[in-house]
Write a protein that binds this ligand. Structure first.
Ligand SMILES: [Zn+2]
Length: 409
């Protein structure tokens, strides 16, 4: 009797990263003699994270490039600034996507149309935008004044129900202005056409008009919901951050609730006040980078709060977590949950420090250590002035902009 056994050998393709050019302009209209940007998106459709490079090659053979890191499924926009073209006409340009910097993966061509600059133009807007059922429609619009005089411009967004949202503002000659439009959720699946018009209010004429296609869709796959919030102090100031996932992205005040099917990234943390900081806030996001309310410059008698970012506390299921500087990246998210940005607050009342005189002639050079941020500052004052002040002078720290009294005697 013969017995046989079957052995199965599974041959798997090596898992790797694969880069495609997922979005790019087919036609890019620019103005003669003006520098411009080329924007396109690279997407990693492979199974491993990677470093990718996007290159734009112009009709003269000049290359413009930038690199990004991409997680599996992640898409990122690249914007490269190109050199101006001085002759009107159409030009063939190429975009190439490389894994690392040299392994060519994808290539697309597009046409650059160089036109004579004229009038007021909507130079950037979303031609098409897809949102979820419960999602508000938020997008940026760039409008340019090509006249040689200042003009007042009114942007009018007409939605599918004929409702008009307006923004009116002056634009300096030869200048581009960015405006954000917000439209509440539509809440019903379908494709909607909106119109965006640029009206020259100064001369009373319509200058430009474009259409925007809005697609409202129900989510197809099950998604996880993550809420990003902060703790450690009560507002104001407010905390703003950029929260991205494989299916959505938002830059807004926290809390932000976002859907994900895989990865999540929190970056660009900003603390901001919407009113004069009467309490004199000072804050620290990273050791090296200080952000503060420019309107405050708190004097020595104003209490200040030093707010420092400490850590992310993550309360959900995931595969891997990475924090570099203040950027948190989570991959393999597999539950609903929350991410909390933990801050600590230290309060400082009236600030007085002893200064150290380094040099004393008609002017006095002295050093003092900022009690809030620890920076050693150096200042010079007239001796006469110091005498008159009883050798006590208010100085502003060059790092955190907070004032302290410096005693020199
Ligand atoms: Zn300081």
């Amino acid at each position: 009797m013969v017995r046989s056994k079957t052995i199965t050998i599974v041959v798997r393709k090596r898992v790797e990263a694969k880069i495609i050019i997922s979005k790019y302009p087919t036609i890019l209209e620019v103005f003669r003699g003006r520098p411009f940007n080329v924007k396109f998106s690279l997407k990693n459709v492979g199974e491993l994270g990677c470093y990718a490079t996007g290159k734009v090659i112009d009709h003269r053979g000049y290359e413009y490039s930038d690199s990004v890191t991409l997680l599996p499924g992640e898409e990122r926009e690249i914007s490269v600034s190109a050199i101006k073209i001085d002759v009107e006409g159409s030009y063939k340009w190429t975009i190439r996507a490389y894994l690392d910097t040299f392994k060519l993966q994808d290539e697309k061509t597009f046409t650059v149309v160089v036109k004579k600059p004229e009038g007021i133009k909507i130079v950037e807007y979303p031609k098409e935008k897809t949102v979820g059922l419960e999602e508000a429609v938020v997008f940026d619009v760039k409008v340019r004044n090509n006249y040689e005089e200042m003009k007042t411009v009114r942007l009018e967004l007409v939605d599918h129900e004929g409702e008009v949202r307006k923004k009116e503002f002056p634009i300096s000659p030869d200048t581009t202005v960015l405006k954000e439009f917000y439209h509440p959720k539509i809440g019903k699946e379908g494709t909607y056409t909106w119109t965006l018009r640029a009206v020259n209010v100064t001369d009373g004429k319509l200058e430009d008009s474009v259409t925007i296609k809005i697609i409202v869709k129900k989510p197809e796959k099950p998604k996880y919901t993550v809420t990003v919030d902060w703790s450690g102090f009560s507002k104001p100031p407010y905390v703003k951050a950029y929260v991205q996932s494989d299916i959505s992205r938002r830059r807004d005040f926290l809390p932000i609730t976002i859907n994900t099917e895989g990865w999540l990234r929190v970056s660009e943390i900003v603390l901001t006040t919407r009113r004069p900081a009467t309490e004199g806030y000072v804050w620290q996001i990273e050791q090296k980078k200080w952000v503060y309310s420019k309107s405050s410059y708190p004097p020595p008698d104003t209490p200040v709060s030093l707010i420092t970012f400490r850590r992310y506390s993550v309360n959900l299921s995931y595969k891997s977590k990475k924090v570099s500087d203040t950027v948190l990246t989570l991959t393999g998210v597999s539950s609903n949950g929350s991410v909390t940005l933990e801050f600590s607050v230290k309060r400082f009342g009236r600030r007085e420090v002893k200064g150290e005189i380094i040099e004393s002639n008609e002017t006095v050079r002295f050093r003092w250590k900022c009690p809030v941020c620890g920076k050693v500052n150096e200042n010079v004052e007239d001796k006469d002035r110091l005498e008159a002040l009883g050798w006590k002078v208010a100085e502003m720290c060059k790092k955190c902009d907070v004032q302290s009294y410096v005693y020199l005697r």
